[in-house]
Unconditional design. Structure first.
Length: 470
């Protein structure tokens, strides 16, 4: 009884001496360091938890040697009190586990913690996983004297169960996805081979390093992700590029037994080939879209595209009451040209004429297309009949300057015939021509008149509706 009373008194004194600068917590998975909790309420809850579980209590000095252990914990460890008192907490662990726990204890010396899990060896060869919570003890001068806390078993492994654990670790390490665990401080807690290989490192070399060292700017993402996770909001997947490779990044919160976010589990999928395939498909679709709207021979807009653009421009001209002109262009005696030189040379002639049309009709808004065979169409927004005729004459001059031989033509060279139709808000024919088909019809009639007049000329639809030679 005296011993129990003394022990209770010692614990009450130690409780009053404990300080609440910060709280560090460990999650319930094996490879996780201790993280601080920035509230006094967290420390108060931890102290209350320890006070209300005397049957699981333990105490160590500042060298982490046991000075007292509750009987229930001795039963978990499968050891006698005299075998435990005076021994270091890592004396009953595998060398690997002992090294891990020692590093964590040294890094967070003097701080309270909760949810820390460690694996302990029992005399019969089995392993027990124990979750611990502790607060530091200080003397009157504030010097660290040791820790007291509570612990309970969260898992119990026999040799057969240990094999399952090793299999799970092997699956994690050999998974094709790059996996890692990151603490709230931005340091790696664990990483599999696929993840470590991205940076040309081993998994062990990554643990303890800050992600920011390898991925500049990662700290900002971690802060934002943790803010969302703390608020219970899912973090959407995103993509990153590293060393010319594209990765899809998925992140999920890492929770302790109390449901608190203690870190981030991250999965990276290499989607480089998929992105290349998507880009190739997008390029193919772009080309198909281009071919669907453009003439394969000249590269100009095809008839379908011309009709669509003309409807759009007529609608805009009617709404804004702006003039709109249309040129219908035909290569003179082109059948004779084909018969003389063959279709291959004929095709080259059409490509040359098309390029010349694009060169002359280069104003913003001008639109040129091949309407079929040797016919071309030019849509000239904001252009009245006078301006359209001048542009048509420039086209004739540019074609003449090319001086392309055409022995079967009375002009001895390639020439053009052009018909002009204008939708003019000040014209009497405004209402009649405020339609794409009507405008095309009038331009075609003007072209026909130019051919009847001997070709190599321009005819235009007048304001009054008559056709005249420009």
């Amino acid at each position: 009884m005296a011993h129990a009373a003394t022990q209770a008194l010692r614990e009450r004194i130690a409780l009053k001496q404990s300080r609440s600068d910060s709280v560090t917590k460990l999650s319930h998975i094996t490879r996780r360091p201790m993280f601080p909790v920035q509230t006094k309420e967290g420390l108060d809850r931890l102290q209350q938890l320890i006070r209300t579980h005397p049957e699981w209590r333990w105490q160590v000095d500042k060298q982490y040697r046991y000075t007292d252990v509750a009987q229930s914990l001795l039963a978990l460890l499968g050891r006698e009190r005299d075998d435990v008192l005076g021994k270091h907490v890592v004396d009953f662990m595998t060398p690997e586990e002992a090294a891990r726990v020692s590093r964590l204890l040294h890094a967070k010396a003097g701080l309270p913690y909760s949810g820390a899990i460690s694996h302990h060896l029992r005399p019969d060869g089995t392993t027990v996983a124990i979750e611990s919570c502790a607060v530091p003890m200080h003397d009157d001068n504030g010097a660290l004297q040791g820790y007291y806390g509570i612990a309970h078993a969260v898992a119990h492994f026999d040799p057969m169960e240990s094999e399952s654990v090793y299999r799970m670790k092997a699956i994690y390490d050999t998974a094709p996805a790059a996996l890692c665990l990151v603490g709230r401080d931005g340091r790696y807690l664990a990483a599999n081979t696929a993840y470590a290989s991205i940076y040309g490192l081993s998994s062990e070399a990554l643990v303890g390093r800050k992600m920011e060292e390898l991925q500049p700017g990662a700290a900002d993402f971690i802060r934002k992700d943790l803010k969302c996770m703390d608020a219970g909001v899912d973090v959407p997947a995103h993509e990153i590029i590293y060393r010319s490779k594209v990765y899809q990044v998925s992140v999920k919160p890492l929770l302790n037994l109390m449901g608190q976010v203690t870190g981030i589990t991250t999965a990276l999928m290499d989607i480089t080939e998929r992105k290349r395939a998507e880009q190739a498909l997008a390029e193919t679709n772009r080309q198909l879209e281009h071919y669907a709207m453009h003439d394969y021979l000249t590269g100009l807009a095809n008839r379908r595209h011309v009709d669509s653009m003309l409807v759009e421009e007529v609608g805009r001209a009617v709404r804004d009451r702006h003039p709109l002109s249309l040129l219908m262009v035909d290569v003179d005696f082109f059948k004779r040209y084909n018969d003389r030189y063959g279709h291959l040379v004929g095709d080259e002639c059409l490509r040359t004429v098309a390029a010349q049309l694009k060169s002359v009709l280069h104003r913003h808004g001008d639109f040129v297309g091949r309407y079929g065979g040797e016919e071309f169409v030019a849509i000239l927004p904001g252009t009245d009949v006078v301006g359209a005729v001048k542009i048509a004459e420039s086209v004739l001059e540019a074609t003449a300057d090319m001086n392309m031989p055409h022995p079967e033509s009375e002009y001895g060279r390639v020439t053009l015939s052009i018909g002009v139709a204008t939708l003019d808000p000040f014209s009497a024919s405004w209402g009649l021509l405020a339609d794409a088909e009507a405008l095309l019809y009038v331009a075609d009639q003007a072209l026909y008149a130019a051919k009847l007049a001997g070709r190599n000329t321009v005819y235009s639809h007048s304001v009054e509706g008559a056709l005249f030679n420009a």
